[in-house]
Structures are given as structure tokens and as C-alpha cells.
Design a protein around this ligand. Structure first.
Ligand SMILES: O=C(O)CCC(=O)C(=O)O
Ligand SMILES: [Fe+2]
Length: 327
């Protein structure tokens, strides 16, 4: 019980507004080495995906989590994955290249006192590998199969990708780096852990097994589940806007994760709130991309895929994946 309540909840309501205003005061270029070359210049190859496909464990749909109504008109709650542990998505070379790219991006990371304390936003802008991976049809198809609906990279660049770096407190009075209990501003989210389990202690990915309306940090009872990640390159997929989740403090080592967000182009629904985005990036930096997002969301799916230079992914292609331990 003690362990479950040790994660605080990220600012909500008026506190969120305050965090947006505070984020506005931080200069955009606040990063460790502003002039550093962040890109490994490595190209993505679809051969980095395992040909036998990923394997899902602990799969829960939104219906399993207690959602009776779907947030999307084009899919039922039974069809939409709420959470799943994903292994075997990438082969060894793919994992090695992703690790290398994300290590390098740390030079451009900045600290945030909010959900995650140290991170590099907009990784697709800085990394050729991650940008090409996100635009690859084979990769998008693999993630779409996990999600249950066809996907494109999320149109909001700064929310599309980020790398999180967690460390234990370095000095006695340092605050621990944690992923506070939160929901994401985006719905289709793949959290790829790029550290070996032997490289860190603590840092478990936890989620609340119930609808957001029932989440109450004071009485989590037995509804907190931990997602065991067995190897570097394994991932936790979540329907981020409807599943409360967090990352427990690290007690040793270092944990690095690449968090990717997607959008279903067959639906114009997007749950991003202006204040959610602004609490990450500040009010002024959010205004223009916010209006751009509104324009991007109303484009027909065929156009969204055409702009990526790939054939549309269709519902017919999403044959069920191999599920293990689905209850
Ligand atoms: O680092 C992780 O595994 C996930 C962190 C997270 O939930 C987030 O960045 O929104
Ligand atoms: Fe998250």
C-alpha cells in the first residue's frame, strides 16, 4: 500500500493552469548542451522490426477497464487496447540503434518539474532514425495492430515523441525523478523502455486498472498493476488519455524510455487540451501549433497518409495479434 501511494498526482484543474503559466517563463532553449549534435544520422530500416511480429502480454481493452462507451465513434471499447506489454517488436540491431539515438538526444534534454523530470521533447525533429521510424508504414502498421485502429504519427510535433531519462536522487536532498500519476494528452501511446532491467532498480511502469473517473490516489486499493519490462526494447502500449499511469522512483542506475504518440486519422477526435500542452511547453509556444493541430485533424485519412508518402492503413489489415495471458 505504501508503495502504491508514493507517486503524487500530476497537477489538475487550476494547478494545471498555473503550471502552464510557469512553463511559459522558461526559455525555449533551456537544454544542457544547446549546440550539441543530437542526431546519429542513422537511417531507419524496416528490417529493424522483427518479422515474426511482437507478442502482447497482459492485454486489456478499454472494455476490460470498465469503459462502457468508446471515446471514438469508429471503434468499440472492446476493440481498443487500453494497455498491453509488447515484446519482440524490434530486433537486436533495431534496439541497439534506438538506444544509441536516445543516448545522443540526452545532450538536448531539459528538466521539467512536472510529469517527468528529465526529457527531450520532439525527438522526431532531432533524430533521423526516430523520424523515419515514425513515418514508416511497416512500423505504423505494427503499432496500429497493437492499438486496434489504424494510426499516423500524432500531428502535434512536440507531443509526438519524447525521450525520458530517469536517475535516482544524486545528492541527499535531491528530489527523486518520477513519473507522477497522470493521463497523457494523447490517446495512442507507445512507451518503449530502452534500458536493460539490469541497468536500473525501481522505475516500474504502473497503471490504474479502472476508468479515470474512479481514480483516486488516496484509495487505490488493489487496482494498481505493474508492467514488468523484461528486456531493453520492450514497450508498454497504453490508451494514454484514459488510463492513469506513472513510473516509480529509481533507486539505482538509469532508465531511458522513448514515448511515441499516434493519432487515428479516421476520427477527428483528439483529446489534447490547450492547457495540457501548454503545461509542457508554455502558453506562447503552444498557440500557433495548437491552431495547426486543429487544421491537421480535419484532413481526410487518405490525405494524412498521402502526406506521409504511404498507402493508407485500413481496418482490414489489423488482424488480431498473438496475445498471451489475455484475461
Ligand atoms: O517513461 C515511461 O515509461 C513512461 C513515461 C510517461 O508516462 C510519459 O512520458 O508520459
Ligand atoms: Fe504518460
Amino acid at each position: 500500500m505504501k508503495q502504491q501511494s508514493e507517486l503524487p498526482v500530476f497537477a489538475q484543474g487550476a494547478a494545471r493552469l498555473k503550471s502552464a503559466l510557469q512553463a511559459s517563463l522558461v526559455p525555449a532553449s533551456r537544454c544542457k548542451h544547446p549546440g550539441a549534435l543530437l542526431d546519429t544520422l542513422q537511417h531507419w530500416s524496416d528490417s529493424y522490426l522483427r518479422s515474426d511480429g511482437p507478442c502482447l502480454t497482459g492485454h486489456r481493452s478499454l472494455a476490460n477497464l470498465g469503459y462502457m462507451r468508446s471515446p471514438l465513434v469508429i471503434a468499440q471499447p472492446e476493440q481498443l487496447t487500453a494497455v498491453a506489454q509488447v515484446s519482440g517488436l524490434f530486433n537486436e540491431q533495431g534496439i541497439a540503434e534506438l538506444r544509441r539515438a536516445c543516448y545522443q538526444l540526452e545532450a538536448g534534454s531539459s528538466t521539467s518539474d512536472w510529469i517527468i523530470s528529465n526529457r527531450t521533447r520532439a525527438a522526431t525533429r532531432s533524430s533521423t532514425l526516430i523520424r523515419e521510424m515514425m513515418d514508416s508504414r511497416a512500423f505504423l502498421l505494427a503499432v496500429s495492430k497493437i492499438a486496434g485502429v489504424p494510426l499516423v504519427p500524432h500531428p502535434f510535433l512536440r507531443a509526438r515523441s519524447q525521450v525520458n531519462y530517469f536517475y535516482p536522487p544524486q545528492a541527499q536532498h535531491d528530489r527523486a525523478q518520477i513519473g507522477m500519476w497522470h493521463t497523457d494528452g494523447t490517446s495512442f501511446v507507445l512507451n518503449i523502455v530502452l534500458s536493460e532491467p539490469s541497468e536500473y532498480e525501481g522505475g516500474e511502469f504502473v497503471y490504474f486498472e479502472g476508468p479515470v473517473e474512479r481514480f483516486d490516489v488516496a484509495s487505490l486499493n488493489d487496482n494498481v498493476r505493474s508492467c514488468g519490462v523484461k528486456a531493453s526494447g520492450d514497450a508498454v502500449y497504453i490508451y494514454g488519455s484514459r488510463v492513469f499511469h506513472g513510473v516509480r522512483p529509481l533507486t539505482q542506475g538509469r532508465r531511458m524510455s522513448l514515448v511515441l504518440s499516434f493519432h487515428c486519422p479516421y476520427s477527428q477526435a483528439d483529446v489534447n487540451k490547450f492547457w495540457h500542452l501548454a503545461s509542457d511547453d508554455g502558453v506562447l509556444r503552444t498557440i500557433r501549433p495548437w491552431f495547426q493541430l486543429k487544421c491537421d485533424l480535419i484532413r481526410p485519412a487518405s490525405e494524412q497518409y498521402r502526406r506521409l508518402g504511404i498507402d493508407p492503413i485500413t481496418f482490414g489489415e489489423l488482424v488480431p495479434l498473438q496475445l498471451q495471458g489475455a484475461r
